[in-house]
Design a protein around this ligand. Sequence first.
Ligand code: F6R
Length: 620
Amino acid sequence: MCGIVGYIGHREAYPILIKGLHRLEYRGYDSAGCALLGKELTIYKAKGKVSDLEAVYEKSPQPAGEEPTVGIAHTRWATHGAPSERNAHPHLSESGSLTLVHNGIIENYASLREQLQKRGFTFKSDTDTEVLVQLIEYQKQLHQSDLAEAVRSALKLAIGAYAIAVIDKSEPEKLVCARKSSPLAIGIGEDDSEFFIASDASPIAEYTKKIVYLNDEEVAVVVRGKELYVTNLMGDETEADVKEVNVDLSMLDHDGYPHFMLKEIFDQPNVLKDCMRGRIVGDDHNLKVVLSAVTQNRRQLLRARRIVIVSCGTSWHAGLIGKQLIEHFCRIPVEVAYASEFRYSDPVIEPDDVVIAISQSGETADTLAAIQQAKQQGALIYGIVNGVGSSIARESHAGTYIHVGPEIGVASTKAFTGQVVVLTMLSLALGMAKGTVEQEEYEETIKELLLIPEKIEEVLKQNDKIERLSKQFTYARNFLYLGRGYNYPVALEGALKLKEISYIHAEGYPAAEMKHGPIALIDNEMPVVFLTNHHRRYQKVISNLQEVISRHGNILAIINKGDEQVKKMVDSYIEVPETLSCLTPLISVIPLQLLSYHIAVSRGLNVDQPRNLAKSVTVE
Ligand code: F6R
């Protein structure tokens, strides 16, 4: 994780770097730092958030009129070395000439460090990163080379993942950056005279649309006012692929909401329309789903005898829903694997298999490694990704972007519903191509899918009620979420949302499985969120509900609007509009998102930046 930013050009670097760090703070907020290269090289560091770094800078700002126009900056999610000022980036080389920021992990840092120590290098931090800056300096001295060459030589010796930006007092007109397995984007300023470096496009987007995403093992040298020069680690020039990237800047601001998470929950009706736009076509009597990736890869997709979904966290929950959708509409067996387990499980992958990778960021290290492995074994890789131009999107043979706009809140909300909408469209398109879905069900599902945004609006109108309900749970210590069928993964997702932002222990369970163990936990102090809004298994769910009532659990039920039967049985309820069984997750997850949000707020917690977490998990 971690976020890195760099600037070289004609403007004052510091404000650009700080603004960029704020945009990347979702990637980690254990410490922040920046290096400014003017007449002197000055480094500012702070434990904690970017605002703490700003306070440090304010105490000794750069002299007016001499503000540096070159700099690099970093916001950290700690891996090697505790969160502290001494472990904050940028790290300095032995001579104090070079300084570097890094996102990733250098796996062989211990042996490199030992070798460098033998050569007289001293280390001031506990990080793996400091090894890189020392190694670059050592290579520079050893080969009497320039910074770019030294970076290439050092990276040839490093094992692991990196996105780095380095500056050198002795070459002040240059900024060198490189990547392997961690993302890095370079923005080319409008008049080609300034360059912006960042872990994603969000810090760059307001200055330029021209962006180059570095490929693995590429090193870019940007020279102020002159050029961008990209090579591989051998020094051979590679072509910089300049893309035009449009980021909706309004999505990067709170837009009047107290937190990104709440804004993103409320964004859902609109972004889900964006997700379906151009993909559901035709008029009321002739609606169809058209996914270009399905059209282009039709033959291979139809040949699939098995689909494996790989993902992590919330995206894995979307995968569990995807399994039910694909098996129902396409009659293809689907396995859903945690990417982190899949990659080390010696998986059996046949050339006719299709592997679907689901990822909001498109940068999750485990998911990326899982698809790289499946690709080597001959599978077709289909990406369902939000991050446009991200590593997973680029590594996939085919795919469908969810197009829900940047998600900044660490707890994933709109990406989850976007993923489920794409999985629904994919199942319908593939089912139609295979002939495994009846025309009537196909059309009914599409029509109902188109109504989902307004049904979500209806749920969102109950925000005040959910906030009031949430107050009784401020001091809860445990929570149980129960659901069946399509609502079982929603129960898992509701529990995850609560855990990650409110730090309350919560478990999601299939409602009927509860009697095989977890029922022992139920007493009048155990809040149980029950998802009953699933008409196909309604009676079964009611029986499970009775089991909890008999044990005096404190039940909050998510019910279909007007369900008088359940209303009378439970302690509290939230009514949601009815929909088709297969689309219930898109409705029932909304009150759970709001519930966890309000509980976390009432506990006084930082919803957008929960402890120990980061948005983009680019380490394994
Ligand atoms: C939970 C959450 C995480 C992510 C997981 C995968 O709210 O955000 O569990 O879902 O880290 O991330 P992506 O989807 O970016 O691969």
